[in-house]
Ligand binder design. Structure first.
Ligand SMILES: [Zn+2]
Length: 473
């Protein structure tokens, strides 16, 4: 737990491991900062600590222009809270969210106050402002694009909100000139993380699973084509050499969903994980402790798109990573849309749900039973779109999805682990996990593995990724 002494030590030593875990507001200037702020540290009697940027802003403080609290990593939250928050941020009303998750508005309010220190309406208002402020300060997008991208419904409301929170106009917050050419317009955003983070390990994981028509992964960059709610484009991620952050470059025909892109990329590269807490718990097991010591910056690779990943999880049943990747690439080539122009010459965008309904999958190289599993899953998903973003816990998700013919616990847990970034998902029947836990030819039973994994909760997905890596030499 953080207390004032820990916060003081962390901010005075500019300790990046605490970035995003608390914010320092300065009473004399009205500004709040990240622990890593390069500015001269204020006196302890003049500061007040907040556990998140929203609360600091709600208390009337403004984000520092030097350290940009708007781009700090987030604090990891329980999956349920993440799902509720995401639904609100992606445009559902409070009533919609309560209906979707079967909770009362009072329960929703209580959960928000417990996790963010603010009720949902104040959370949303401050979140929109911080997002607008971030885009104004860090991108070259036009002010009107930023207003809508941050979730404001009109320019007038946007101007008023900025005026009342920051006492200035949107253009006064801007520090990047507008780019002239619309055609070449790209947006770059910095994505901060708390070290350690092993970028090369993350890239090599994606490189082994690269879909050649959709993704390009080399020694330094990850690139892929995207279609986000109908807007097409591509993005590229690389590591910044001089600070704990990745650089995201996006090109889209429209930037209204830019924040969704940012959130999805953060999840894909697992940038909000609190590795200190996770590693401390998992290190109690010897195999995991050894792997953590060897790969301290290993994180949980996620995915860009849940649906795409669900297809890949089904294709991956009982075959090698390489074979599954080949099959997924054939599906992208056969049923995907044409990509927009991009620096890697990628040709396709992975097909959306509609493009894979009622297709025959001929000449892809799938068995009849795998084809029928794909049909069953896609038909179910089309009827239950919210299933992957609105479930109680991994057990309930497993109980629901294993009713679909061809889908078993391995597929559900593998999908949840990588496709949904559920930190507690655990594919206990995975051959790699069994192998990693086999000592002196004593293969553990599934029951034994599940019993052992209890001590790793709620971080079993990290245990799985460490177990996989324990097999590497
Ligand atoms: Zn600062």
């Amino acid at each position: 737990m953080l207390n004032a002494t820990v916060c003081q030590q962390a901010r005075l030593s500019k300790d990046a491991r605490f970035d995003g875990k608390f914010f320092t507001a300065v009473l004399t200037t009205g500004i709040f900062c990240r622990p890593i702020c390069p500015a001269r540290a204020p006196k302890e009697e003049n500061v007040r600590y907040f556990v998140n940027a929203l609360q600091a802003q709600d208390a009337g403080f403004r984000p520092c222009k030097r350290c940009l609290p708007e781009i700090a990593p987030q604090t990891p939250l329980p999956i349920k809270i993440k799902q509720l928050t995401q639904a609100l941020e992606f445009g559902d009303s409070i009533t919609d969210v309560c209906d979707k998750f079967s909770i009362s508005s009072r329960q929703l309010r209580r959960l928000f106050i417990k996790n963010y220190g603010l009720p949902p309406s104040k959370y949303l208002h401050n979140q929109k402002l911080l997002l607008a402020s971030k885009l104004l300060k860090t991108t070259s997008l036009a002010i009107s694009e930023i207003a809508f991208s941050a979730g404001f419904t009109s320019i007038r409301r946007f101007n008023e909100a900025i005026k009342s929170a920051y006492n200035c106009t949107p253009s006064q917050l801007k520090n990047k000139p507008r780019q002239q050419s619309i055609e070449l317009k790209k947006v770059t955003v910095e994505l901060a993380y708390r070290p350690p983070f092993d970028w090369h390990l993350m890239l090599s994981f994606f490189r082994l699973r690269q879909l050649n028509s959709v993704e390009h992964v080399d020694e330094t960059h990850y690139r892929r084509t995207i279609n986000i709610n109908g807007d097409k484009g591509w993005f590229e991620v690389t590591s910044l050499p001089d600070k704990p952050a990745l650089k995201l470059t996006v090109q889209l025909n429209n930037y209204r969903y830019l924040n969704q892109v940012i959130l999805r990329v953060r999840r894909m590269f697992d940038l909000d994980a609190d590795m200190q807490v996770i590693q401390q718990q998992l290190s109690q097991h010897q195999i995991l402790a050894d792997t953590i010591a060897k790969y301290p910056g290993l994180r949980l690779p996620g995915c860009w798109d849940k649906f795409e990943f669900s297809i890949r999880a089904i294709l991956g049943q009982q075959i090698s990573v390489k074979a599954a990747t080949t099959l997924a690439n054939r599906i992208a080539l056969k049923y995907g849309e044409a990509a927009v122009k991009n620096p890697s010459g990628l040709t396709h965008i992975f097909p959306q749900t509609e493009a894979l309904i009622n297709v025959d999958y001929q000449n892809v190289g799938l068995t009849k039973s795998r084809i029928s599993t794909l049909h069953n899953w896609i038909a179910f998903y089309q009827q239950h779109h919210d299933i992957l973003s609105c479930y109680e816990n991994i057990e309930t998700l497993e109980q629901t999805l294993i009713k679909i013919k061809g889908i078993g616990p391995w597929t559900v847990n593998y999908l949840a682990m990588r496709g949904l970034s559920d930190p507690d998902a655990f594919p206990s029947a995975d051959l790699g996990i069994i192998k990693a836990l086999t000592v002196n030819d004593n293969k553990p039973s599934n029951k034994e593995i599940l019993a052992l994994s209890k001590q790793w909760r709620p971080w079993r997905a990290y245990a799985a990724i460490y177990l996989w890596h324990s097999l590497a030499h």
